[in-house]
Design a protein around this ligand. Structure first.
Ligand code: SAM
Length: 227
């Protein structure tokens, strides 16, 4: 039986100029594009003159769809997975389908491309030789435990956060890591109001009390000293 390929295709996190030539080629050449939100992706695809059909694939239907999609790849089709922004599988749906395709012996290819944590990490000025990607902290259950575990982490830590939870997270990080621990707060990467603010957890919490957070954020925290 002929086997197809599952392509994981990163899309811009704000600036359309970050779409790669290969991402456009792969999306044009695919038999089907799996999109987190077909309306959002519809605009992107139109901009890049991609007319491949889309099907919706998101956190609420992925469990139900995985087996059928694996069978489609197995029958020789080329499926391309995209998310609303950045790299699928990075704090976005993707992992389940990648794992299932690998288990079925199908070809999986992830293109390099936009993702928010890499520019944030590099912009932070903290060591990049070793780091941990923590994504979103657990919203409730397990949150305090996770923060407790990370207090002694010596590698640079990267977190994703939404604007409405930013202050609470900065306060909790200060509580667990100490108010003087250094942080870089990266906002609106690749967009018009992109900025990176650097200082202590206490200073950043004070700043965002004065200037209510707006936009998308990546937090990069210096690892614990020692070790
Ligand atoms: N798949 C994406 C990636 O590869 O980075 C991440 C998707 S996750 C649902 C969305 C989170 O990513 C946001 O809450 C924010 O923490 C981060 N993010 C995405 N775009 C960003 C941007 N332009 N500037 C800062 N953070 C961003």
């Amino acid at each position: 039986m002929q086997t197809g390929t599952l392509y994981i295709v990163p899309t811009p996190i704000g600036n359309l100029g970050d779409m790669t030539l290969r991402a456009v080629e792969v999306l044009r050449d695919a038999d089907l594009i799996l999109s987190e939100d077909t309306r959002t992706s519809g605009k992107l695809l139109k901009h890049f003159q991609v007319d491949t059909p889309q099907r919706s694939y998101h956190m609420h239907n992925e469990h139900r769809l995985v087996d059928g999609l694996v069978a489609e790849v197995g029958s020789g089709r080329k499926l391309a997975l995209i998310s609303d922004a950045g790299t699928p599988g990075i704090s976005d749906p993707g992992f389940l389908l990648v794992r299932a395709c690998i288990q079925a012996g199908h070809r999986v290819e992830c293109l390099p491309g936009p993702t928010a944590f890499v520019p944030a990490l590099v912009n932070s000025g903290f060591p990049t030789d070793r780091f941990v990607f923590e994504g979103f902290l657990p919203p409730k259950k397990g949150r305090q435990t996770r923060l407790g575990e990370l207090a002694e982490e010596t590698r640079t830590m990267v977190f994703y956060e939404s604007p409405h939870k930013l202050l609470k997270t900065l306060d909790q990080l200060a509580e667990h890591f100490g108010p003087g621990r250094e942080i870089a707060v990266c906002r609106e990467l690749t967009k018009l109001y992109e900025e990176t603010l650097r200082g202590s957890l206490e200073e950043m919490a004070a700043h965002f009390r004065e200037h209510p957070p707006k936009g998308e954020f990546v937090l990069v925290v210096r690892g614990a000293a020692g070790a």
